[in-house]
Design a protein around this ligand. Structure first.
Ligand code: 2P0
Length: 328
């Protein structure tokens, strides 16, 4: 083994992101190239913290999640990701990965985005890769598509790109935005995003329309961000989210991520708008709903949604970055 990677260790922190224009479909599963670009807000709540310690004596990677050994499937996903890092670093040395999530894993709060963004940054440092933010975004993408966006602070556009080199996320200027997360159910989702995306692309008669519509929504969203037009940003966000759930529901067998309470949250947000409190709703691959609001309105929106679930107010958060490990 190369001496320089012996027992090298690095810790990184990354935050989840919520897409305003959603990623739902791949054009290349191996390279994790999306069928369309997407745009998100990296949050300042629910971070993942991950430490990678290179262990040249070990015969396999170990992955500990929230203090307990992770499943074989989760460990396999980490190993496949580390294999990419090792290939670039020119080493076969295994690693110990310890990760803690401040949000429940797998419940549609983008823990795979914060998880693979934190893993990309910590593994790149532990294995001594020479990677700038753009390279880290491309690397994180290989672990989980949406992780490419959590490398970036605040609002990020993930370009669909044409190949590995051109599919990365970068910052976008946008007006001040807040998000109110309504946690409706903390359970793991029944169908993973990856499997559900695959099924949607293979079986939904609406898939092609969804992809072309998303590409248009992204163009309109970039203009709305540049113009600082909150109303336009919100309308595009809510329409794009409901269209994503519509295409998911149209898969065979169908997939339903929204619960009755999720639908009630969309209804409540629409009612708030009718009363003059301007908010817009979105939801990812799970039942939790996120309301987009102007920062000055976030508390009122949270109060109005509190009867539907626990609310958390979030703002723009930092991009994934190295930190000193807890406790030295
Ligand atoms: C998004 N989601 O844009 C969309 C909206 C969920 C709904 O990206 O297969 O975990 O690892 O690339 O990124 C969740 O899917 O999927 C996701 P993979 P990922 O945030």
């Amino acid at each position: 083994e190369r001496a320089q990677t012996s027992n090298a260790s690095a810790t990184a922190r990354a935050y989840p992101n919520i897409a305003l224009v959603k990623y739902w479909g791949k054009r290349d599963e191996r390279l994790m190239l999306p069928a369309a670009g997407s745009l998100s807000l990296t949050l300042d709540v629910f971070p993942t913290e991950t430490t990678v310690t290179v262990d040249p004596g070990a015969d396999r990677d170990r992955f500990e999640l929230d203090g307990a050994p992770a499943s074989e499937e989760q460990t396999g996903r980490v190993t496949r990701f580390l294999d990419l890092v090792r290939e670039r670093a020119g080493t076969t040395a295994r690693a110990v990965v310890r990760s803690t999530n401040a949000a429940p894993t797998g419940a549609g709060l983008a823990s795979s985005a914060s998880g693979f963004a934190a893993l990309a940054v910590s593994a790149a440092a532990a294995y001594r890769l020479d990677a700038d933010r753009l390279a880290l975004s491309r690397l994180a993408r290989r672990g989980s598509g949406s992780a490419a966006r959590s490398i970036v602070p605040g609002v990020a556009v993930w370009h669909a790109g044409e190949d590995d080199g051109s599919s990365f996320a970068e910052p976008v200027d946008a007006p001040p935005l807040s998000m109110v997360i309504v946690t409706i159910d903390r359970a793991m989702k029944a169908v993973s995003s990856r499997e559900a995306m695959r099924r949607t692309a293979l079986t939904s008669p609406f898939h092609a329309a969804w992809i072309s519509d998303t590409a248009q929504a992204l163009e309109a969203m970039l203009v709305a961000c540049r113009d600082g037009d909150f109303t336009r940003i919100g309308r595009i966000t809510e329409t794009n989210a409901l269209r994503m759930h519509a295409v998911i529901q149209s898969a065979d067998p169908p997939i339903q991520y929204l619960a009755p309470t999720s639908v009630a949250a969309f209804d409540e947000v629409r009612r708030l708008r009718a009363e003059g409190l301007e908010a817009y709703a979105t939801a990812d691959a799970g039942p939790n709903v996120v309301a987009l609001a102007r920062p000055a309105d976030a508390e009122a929106v949270a109060d109005a949604l509190a009867h539907l679930g626990e609310t958390t107010i979030a703002g723009p958060g930092p991009g994934a970055a190295l930190v000193e490990p807890a406790g030295g």
